[in-house]
Design a protein around this ligand. Structure first.
Ligand code: FAD
Length: 460
């Protein structure tokens, strides 16, 4: 105080609290992220319209046997299929850990339901349908309505959304804010392989993998080491002649025949492919393959978004974004839910959308645009200093719980439950140690008991 008086500086005052406000908000997508966002926005008193290009809720979890007209995904004019699920898919997280906090993913006493802790994909879709029904979200969703353009009307500070119904009818409407929840497992990413244009074999991206049958008696090279790559390689090994898995993380000493299989081998990455059908790996070994299956992930893709260059996707970094949610220059009226990967998605979506809903109503304040930008730049610099490539900007893994706790603190919500963190860690460890059996062979029953005790708050 003394210094301030001597220098005649005004004493800084906290900004006056703004009155609470209700806004007209567009949500793009009715997958898990869009559904919980709609719920949180409505709880906060906003009016909500959810645009969904499909004919039902659930996004990724709506399995279809259909595949795209270009199985690798190069052709921009190809028909797009949203979901990347394969028929045999079971969750890679235990259900207790995976569900929303406010609506636990518990087993239903119904013979038509899958009671397993790592259920098949249909059970997740049914859970999301239950969630939608329980909270009456359907009435907020416009099905078969694709958002084709999102543009800021700068003078009015409003967002103009152009949508197209399946019937062909276009509509343009004005909103105060837009939350993007369009998912990021639809637009394939493929590895650059020297010689691929001359290579005579077939190619497919895992986005279009459904069942192993087309791989019967084939020599398959599968690229990748993600959860899907692990599942799909085993699915295919049941029918293929040979499966050769090429992965960046494979060191010379771990390459070779996969234990438990007489037709599956692990290799380092592909060095090059050739006109005669040969695929050469980085350790000099080679095979003659019939098909390359790219399990190499996906690109963030917002073909509808026009921000005059303010938000960009650069080497799979969506930015600049404050805490993976708000572009500082357009906050809070443009936001993204669900960008982080290698996470437990549903509870994270819940926290991000609570934060957005409260910021839009003025119940929570964001830092100034400059402060948010400083934070983003410091984050990007820290990634660079640790040698993390841009494309891993939204990869969280072990830092997800610290992030969730930070977002929870912004909203005055409780932190991650200890059992959820421990269950995630145990399940991740098990998955690495026993990729075939981790779903049915778990020893974390004490954590299940803790989870069920916690769920009583919501289910009793
Ligand atoms: P999505 O579910 O993809 O939903 C996006 C929605 O937006 C879709 O309905 C789409 O039709 C709609 N949409 C897109 N563009 C437009 C537009 N322009 N206009 C209107 N609507 C539009 N998570 C887990 O928790 N456990 C698991 O075991 C698990 N396994 C997975 C396995 C695979 C193979 C994949 C691909 C993902 C898996 N995930 C898993 C992650 C999964 O993506 C998330 O659980 C979650 O479903 C993502 O929800 P979302 O709402 O962000 O996106």
């Amino acid at each position: 105080t003394t210094i301030q008086m001597q220098c005649h500086l005004p004493i800084p005052q906290p900004p006056a609290p703004q009155p609470l406000t209700s806004r007209h908000v567009a949500v793009i997508g009715a997958g898990a992220a869009g559904l919980v966002t709609a719920l949180e926005l409505r709880r906060e008193g906003h009016s909500v319209v959810v645009f969904e290009r499909g004919d039902q809720v659930g996004g990724t979890w709506v399995y279809t046997p259909k595949i795209e007209s270009d199985p690798v995904g190069f052709d921009p004019a190809r028909t797009t299929i949203h979901s990347s699920l394969y028929k045999s898919l079971r969750t890679n997280l235990p259900r207790e850990c995976m569900g929303f906090r406010c609506y636990p993913f518990v087993t239903k006493d119904d013979p038509d339901r899958d009671p397993r802790r790592y259920p098949g994909h249909r059970e997740v879709l049914l859970y999301l349908q239950d969630f939608t029904r329980e909270f009456g979200i359907d009435e907020l969703v416009r099905f078969e309505t694709e958002v084709v353009r999102v543009r800021l009307e700068e003078e009015e500070e409003k967002w103009k959304i152009k949508s197209k119904q399946r019937s062909g009818k276009d509509e343009t409407e004005i909103f105060d804010a837009v939350v993007i929840c369009n998912g990021h497992y639809t637009e394939p990413r493929v590895a650059q392989i020297p010689g691929i244009n001359e290579w005579p074999g077939k190619q497919m991206h895992s986005h279009n993998y459904r069942v192993p049958e087309p791989f019967r008696d084939q020599v398959v090279v599968l690229i990748g080491s993600s959860a899907s790559a692990v599942d799909i390689s085993r699915d295919i090994a049941g029918v293929a002649k040979e499966v050769h898995v090429a992965a960046r993380s494979v060191a010379d000493e771990t390459s070779g025949e996969q234990s438990g299989y007489d037709n599956m081998w692990l290799h380092p990455m592909i060095e090059s492919v050739h006109k005669d059908g040969t695929v050469i790996f980085q350790d000099g070994r080679f095979v003659h393959a019939d098909i390359i299956l790219h399990c190499t992930g996906y690109k963030y893709h917002f073909p509808f978004l026009e921000t005059n260059g303010i938000v960009n996707v650069d080497d799979n970094r969506v930015g600049p974004l404050y805490k993976h949610v708000f572009p500082p220059a357009l906050a809070p009226c443009l936001s993204f839910v669900g960008l982080p990967w290698k996470v437990v998605p549903f509870p994270m979506f819940e926290l991000q959308s609570k934060w957005i809903a409260g910021v839009l109503s003025n119940r929570f304040a964001l830092p100034t645009q400059e402060k948010m930008m400083e934070d983003v730049e410091a984050f990007y610099s820290s990634l660079e200093a640790s040698g993390v490539p841009k494309r891993y900007t939204h990869n969280m893994g072990s830092s997800q719980f610290e992030y969730n706790n930070w977002v929870a603190a912004q909203c005055g919500c409780p932190e991650n439950e200890d059992w959820r963190v421990q269950m995630y860690n145990t399940s991740s460890k098990n998955k690495r140690a026993q990729p075939e059996s981790y779903r049915d062979d778990c020893e974390d029953h004490h954590l299940v008991l803790q989870a069920c005790e916690d769920f009583m708050k919501y289910t009793s």
